[in-house]
Write a protein that binds this ligand. Structure first.
Ligand code: GUN
Ligand code: FE
Length: 429
């Protein structure tokens, strides 16, 4: 294990704000006690006594945050993409998630998930499990081992899951949730519980209210899905007729959290002005899942509009509606989707820039965890070292160009080392 106070040398790249990417061709980032003490082109004298790890020309960038991923769905990633959300859930997703009742199945499947997540660009993730307590605890045990910092949710569902993927009633679901929380209380350093009502069609009013009571009582955060698909939005209007929007339905149940305990809402493809106001008022985070939204023909979320309105936005891979846990691929699809929104839907909403997408993948989602996702002074030292030497071309490339090319051609970007709060948690060697 590398010591906790050290300097990394290489080609540095990071965001400080959403419109710029800072680069240093040959630079240094300093870590002390798990915090970043800044990025420099000349190493200040005071840090010269620290151990230095020279990565040559490799890229050194902040770790990324996957703000929305379903661990149990990793088993069917990249297949079954021929349906829209509600049919996709009933045909492929719910039958697969039902298998996690069997702890042996869960153990094996979560090993594949965890091992592969460890090899991605992500240092932090917010994860859905299934409704099964034992399998979710197994998932948390395995994630804790990786050294990544995660939130993990036991899913709540007391309706519309079919016989195999439904808790008996609201009281049972709430009781299961309390048992799960008791079982993991104080167990982990890096793995935190998050309350996870799947979405309103899966949760009765009573269950929603009960969960937000638990959130308030135990100071817990909530994650869910919001306005992903038009049939889903219409269904929620029928289920909660008194609501003025899908977001308002969550608001009625008290599930939008607050700025100190922000709720994550995945998707927000169809959030109107009222819903945007609600997301802003409570400081909620939008997990934008562009790959998923393409695959399930859900639509394109106007992310540039949300960012301009000052909403919190990060990126999620949303496996298995998203096809992989590769955040760099997600960045690319995010960019491409925003261009098509501009071209085909509304020319008033400009495409996202590469700078903005890099920001979303690093600071945008990292903010959910605190000061995470940058090499600014005082941020948690989460870093990835990427060897892109196989992509060198006939021209001299700036660091900015190398990162942009990496985004478009990630197959040749090799993750060498990964640090979380100054601990090296993964190395290709
Ligand atoms: N809405 C409710 N559940 C899910 C899920 O598992 N995936 C996606 N993409 N949307 C959902
Ligand atoms: Fe999802």
């Amino acid at each position: 294990m590398i010591e906790n106070n050290f300097v990394l040398k290489g080609s540095i790249v990071y965001s400080e704000d959403k419109d710029t990417i800072n680069t240093i061709q040959e630079g240094y980032v300093v870590c002390q006690d798990g915090k970043c003490l800044g990025a420099y082109s000349t190493l200040p004298d005071e840090y010269k006594s620290l151990k230095l790890y020279d990565y040559g020309k490799s890229l050194i960038m902040p770790g990324m945050t996957d703000l929305h991923v379903h661990a149990p769905q990793y088993t069917f990633r990249g297949i079954g993409m021929d349906k829209e959300l509600l049919d996709w859930l009933n045909t492929y997703t719910f039958p697969e998630e039902a298998k996690y009742k069997d702890i042996e199945y869960a153990k094996k499947a979560y090993k594949y998930f965890t091992k592969d997540l460890q090899r991605t660009f992500s240092t932090r993730a917010v994860v859905f499990g299934t409704l099964h307590n034992q399998a979710t605890i197994e998932l948390m045990d395995q994630l804790e081992e990786t050294g990544m910092i995660t939130y993990v949710g036991k899913v709540n569902m007391d309706r519309n899951g079919g016989v195999d993927l439904e808790e008996e009633d609201a009281a049972t679901s709430l009781e299961n949730t309390r048992k799960w929380l008791e079982a993991i209380d104080g167990k982990y350093k890096n793995t935190r519980p998050i309350l996870t009502p799947r979405f309103i069609p899966s949760c009765s009013d009573e269950l929603m209210r009960g969960l937000t009571d638990i959130a308030d009582e135990k100071d817990l955060r909530i994650q869910s899905h919001l306005s992903e698909n038009l049939s889903e939005v219409a269904w929620v209007q029928e289920l909660v007729p008194e609501s003025t929007s899908y977001g308002n339905a969550y608001e009625i149940f008290g599930a939008m959290g607050n700025p100190d305990r922000p709720t994550i809402m995945a998707h927000c493809v169809y959030s109107n002005d009222e819903e945007m106001e609600i997301l802003k008022k409570y400081g909620a985070f939008i997990a934008h899942c562009a790959d998923s939204n393409m695959n399930l023909t859900s639509g394109i979320a106007p992310i540039r509009k949300y960012m301009d309105a000052g909403l919190n936005v990060g990126l999620g891979t949303d496996v298995a509606a998203g096809s992989s846990m590769n955040m760099v691929k997600t960045m690319l699809i995010t960019l491409q989707a925003s261009k098509m929104y501009y071209r085909l839907v509304n020319t008033d909403v400009k495409p996202l820039t590469f700078e903005q997408v890099f920001y979303l993948a690093t600071i945008g989602g990292g903010k959910y965890f605190g000061q995470v996702g940058s090499f600014k002074y005082g941020y948690d030292f989460d870093a990835i070292v990427v060897d892109d030497s196989k992509m060198y071309s006939m021209r001299d490339m700036t660091v900015r160009e190398r990162v942009e090319r990496m985004c478009y051609n990630d197959a040749d970007a090799i993750i060498m080392d990964k640090f979380v709060k100054g601990n090296r948690i993964y190395s290709i060697k």
